[in-house]
Design a protein around this ligand. Structure first.
Ligand SMILES: NC(=O)c1ccc[n+]([C@@H]2O[C@H](COP(=O)([O-])OP(=O)(O)OC[C@H]3O[C@@H](n4cnc5c(N)ncnc54)[C@H](O)[C@@H]3O)[C@@H](O)[C@H]2O)c1
Length: 300
């Protein structure tokens, strides 16, 4: 029996709900949003769509008490104030949302895993961790997982190889200070930097295309949701099925007392362990700068 809650049923939350229902990934889904009409609308749409699916999901609506025995809660609330390419513009509204939501979740008796999408993702994940008092391994942000998928697509397109055969990580903040750790990027089983001769300019161009990937979509349709919905669906599967796959996620860095994007093994427990990457000096420095950036936002 698997149960997932989604708090925040806007573009992102509703696409995740649809993905989970069409794939039959969960037995029960709890949908919560402060916009009650939206929750009813999504419930009706999802139940209509399930008339044509082989798999059935039971949907429960808008009461925090239903989260009591959930395995995972996805936090995808948003402030609809994303009017520029900086995800931090949502910070104040979403900080407030965390203060409203998390005590209600904790009071429900929830003992599962928080999966945070809400931006600025690393800051909000850190705040969910602090507000909930949960152990760090049970508070996870989607972090740079989507950025990493974008990087794989972009590198794959450049090389004429499927992005699914590219491995490696975008690290740091899911935001402006993120960077591609080129030393980790592999084409099949070979290091990208060993097999292809790429200039600094070409690497910088791909890094920028990755960083601005969400904005490219956002400025054309005002939101992004499919990429994060399929990423979240994969992460949920990794937790529910205890797959122990490795993803770059917003995870707790004890040294800095914040959550930020770094690869980790994901399973039923939540974060099983973080990897220990052998980064270059330049990458280490970029990571430190990103940590400082997130810390600064937290102090605002
Ligand atoms: N981490 C990522 O990779 C990634 C990718 C895409 C979007 N996002 C972020 O996901 C969030 C959601 O995006 P969206 O496009 O779905 O936004 P949206 O504005 O369409 O939806 C947000 C929903 O949250 C609800 N909400 C707000 N405060 C709430 C509260 N206190 N309690 C319950 N519900 C509340 C709103 O009513 C609304 O339905 C944003 O912060 C966005 O920046 C993150």
């Amino acid at each position: 029996m698997s149960k997932v809650g989604i708090i925040g049923l806007g573009h992102v939350g509703s696409d995740i709900a649809y993905t989970l229902c069409t794939k039959g990934q969960v037995d029960e889904l709890v949908l919560i949003d402060k916009n009650k009409e939206k929750v009813i609308a999504e419930y009706l749409e999802l139940t209509d769509s399930m008339m044509m699916t082989e798999v059935k999901t039971t949907i429960l609506l808008n009461e925090y008490r239903h989260l009591n025995d959930a395995d995972i809660i996805v936090i995808s609330v948003g402030s609809q104030s994303i009017d520029n390419e900086d995800r931090v513009s949502e910070l104040n509204d979403n900080k407030q949302a965390v203060k409203e939501i998390i005590p209600q979740v904790v009071s429900s008796g929830f003992k599962g895993i928080f999966l945070v999408i809400t931006n600025p993702c690393d800051v909000i994940t850190t705040l969910v961790h602090r507000e909930s008092g949960f152990p760090a391994y049970r508070v996870i942000g989607t972090g740079t997982s989507l950025d990493t998928n974008r990087m794989k697509r972009i590198v794959g397109e450049k090389l004429g190889v499927s992005g699914q055969s590219i491995n490696g990580y975008v690290l740091g903040e899911h935001g402006e200070s993120q960077f591609v750790a080129w030393s980790t990027v592999m084409v099949g089983t070979q290091k990208l930097l060993d097999v292809v001769s790429l200039s600094e300019d070409e690497l910088e161009e791909m890094k920028e295309a990755t960083r601005l990937g969400g904005w490219e979509i956002h400025q054309r349709k005002s939101w992004t949701s499919y990429g994060i919905a399929s990423t979240t669906s994969r992460l949920i599967q990794s937790i529910l099925k205890d797959e122990k796959k490795i993803y770059p996620l917003s995870i707790y860095q004890e040294k800095d007392n914040i959550h930020i994007g770094y690869p980790a093994v994901l399973g039923k427990r939540g974060i099983v362990k973080a990897l220990s990457l052998d980064l270059t000096k330049k990458e280490d420095l970029l990571f430190r700068q990103s940590v400082e950036q997130v810390t600064q936002y937290l102090e605002q």
